[in-house]
Design a protein. Sequence first.
Length: 68
Amino acid sequence: MEADFDLASFLGVAPEEAPGARGIRVRIDLTAPAASREELQDLVDTVQKRSPIRDTLVRPVDVVTTLA
């Protein structure tokens, strides 16, 4: 995984900018001699549809922060 961040916002130099990632890239290297490229792509597609982490990243979610 790779991500692009603008650290100027995080460091307070550019507080008007969003501090979050501008983009996330995921590269998957699979070795399965008995599987075709199409079968591997189907597996990747299925995992993406079912992944709770990916789902959380691609849609807005509520975040509640409390100080104990």
